[in-house]
Design a binder for this molecule. Structure first.
Ligand code: EZ4
Ligand code: CO
Length: 402
């Protein structure tokens, strides 16, 4: 089964998505997501100008060989742009293989391990009262797990807290907007939020929190300790992880479970975190870390060390990644949880899909492949629109530097 065409489709149905469509000489095609928030066109060019010329004419069934060819053949290994491009090819080829087999993708991975994939939604508000009310809405929708973020008293805007509720989008401007950050104000406000949440709703639901890489290890240790009474499901990205051994200090001071990895591009970014048991959940995700072929290695390594998966699932990961991730989640033995931010109606129309939300779980359908397509005519209606993630400064103007 030869690859005869590979096309990069850039569309902006409310936010930018880069999608790869690979077509074979047998008429089957596969779809892969190549979206890297704020750097979309770099991946589009990497695919278009450097990978697609080497892809045409190859046997679409040789997923592993093609992965190794692009990973090792580049000479320049790892890095988010390259790994996102490889992921797009990998997911499209898994889609083709599953379609050729006439099976939903989870069957090729090893079959169903669970009935549904537990997801968590994002509740956020300008202050504690608003965030508590937002959490209540998710509980009413049937969610078992909810991430809670709140505005920080004394700071005008906070990353992760937006005006839009169900469709929160952090890439909010055509040049990076600036947020202010104060670690002391933050550390004072978060425990109060979770104390109020537990007082209001009890301990039945899983609660999560994301620090977005803003603390040093000892600050993260303080936060983790102060949150222990509220029994979080996890504390995410408390510390940036370029220095993997930095997590020792944090880990050894708190029993709050630790999650990290949404910005990682490969197994080498987390091998020490996993093998030293410094984390509980690995968030490395299909689109940004080399696709299903590479994520499978990470998940297997994690399983040896009692680490579970908790894939990133914000709106900048297209429905194609969500579909592929849900097949992976339906199979992977050491599944933990899946992040799920709903896409807008325009995005859902451009990417028809067969997964659906059911009482706190996402469920994949049985369509052969990963179950997500792209409507190219609708995609063409939404041209690319430059958008960046914000940057952070301290109150004295210092560029935030961890
Ligand atoms: O900041 O997807 O856990 N979710 C997150 C997201 C990320 C964005 C970055 O593109 O942290 O909101
Ligand atoms: Co995050």
């Amino acid at each position: 089964m030869k690859i005869i065409d590979a096309k990069v489709i850039v569309t902006c149905p409310g936010r930018n998505f880069v999608t790869l469509k690979i077509t074979t000489d047998q008429g089957l095609y596969g779809i892969g997501d190549a979206t890297l928030n704020g750097r979309e066109l770099a991946v589009a060019s990497y695919l278009q100008d450097h990978l697609i010329p080497c892809l045409i004419g190859r046997d679409a069934s040789q997923i592993e060989d093609i992965w190794q060819f692009f990973y090792r053949g580049a000479y320049w290994r790892r890095g988010p742009v390259g790994m996102t491009a490889i992921a797009a090819i990998d997911v499209a080829l898994w889609d083709i293989k599953a379609k050729a087999a006439g099976m939903p993708l989870y069957q090729l991975l090893g079959g169903r391990s669970r009935d549904g994939v537990m997801v968590y939604g994002h509740a956020n508000g300008r202050d504690i009262a608003e965030t508590v009310a937002e959490v209540g809405k998710y509980i009413e929708l049937g969610y078992k797990a909810i991430r809670a973020q709140t505005g920080i008293p004394g700071l005008a805007s906070t990353y992760g807290v937006s005006k839009d509720k169900m469709y929160y989008e952090p890439a909010d401007n055509d040049l990076p907007s600036e947020n202010l950050w104060s670690t002391s104000k933050y550390l004072n406000s978060v425990p109060k939020l979770f104390e109020t949440l537990r007082d209001t709703y009890g301990y039945e639901h899983h609660l999560l929190h994301d620090t977005h890489h803003r603390l040093t290890p000892i600050e993260a240790a303080q936060l983790g300790k102060s949150l222990e009474p509220y029994k979080l499901f996890w504390l995410e990205d408390a510390v940036p992880a370029e220095l993997q051994e930095g997590f020792r200090l944090f880990r050894h001071h708190t029993t709050t479970p630790i999650a990290v990895g949404e910005v990682f591009a490969s197994i080498h970014d987390c091998q020490q975190l996993i093998s030293e048991q410094l984390i509980d959940y690995i968030r490395t995700t299909i689109v940004h870390a080399g696709g299903i072929t590479h994520l499978r290695r990470i998940a297997h390594l994690a399983e040896l060390y009692h680490v579970r998966t908790g894939f990133h699932g914000a709106t900048d990961l297209s429905p194609v990644t969500m579909g592929a991730a849900l097949h992976f989640d339906t199979w992977v033995p050491n599944f933990g949880i899946q992040e799920y931010m709903r896409h807008t109606d325009e995005t859902d129309e451009v990417f028809p899909h067969d997964y659906h939300f059911d009482n706190g779980y996402l469920k994949v359908g049985d369509t052969p492949g990963h179950g997500v397509d792209i409507d190219e005519a609708k995609a063409a209606k939404y041209p690319y629109k430059r958008a960046y993630l914000p940057v952070n400064r301290l109150e004295d103007g210092t560029m935030f530097n961890w």
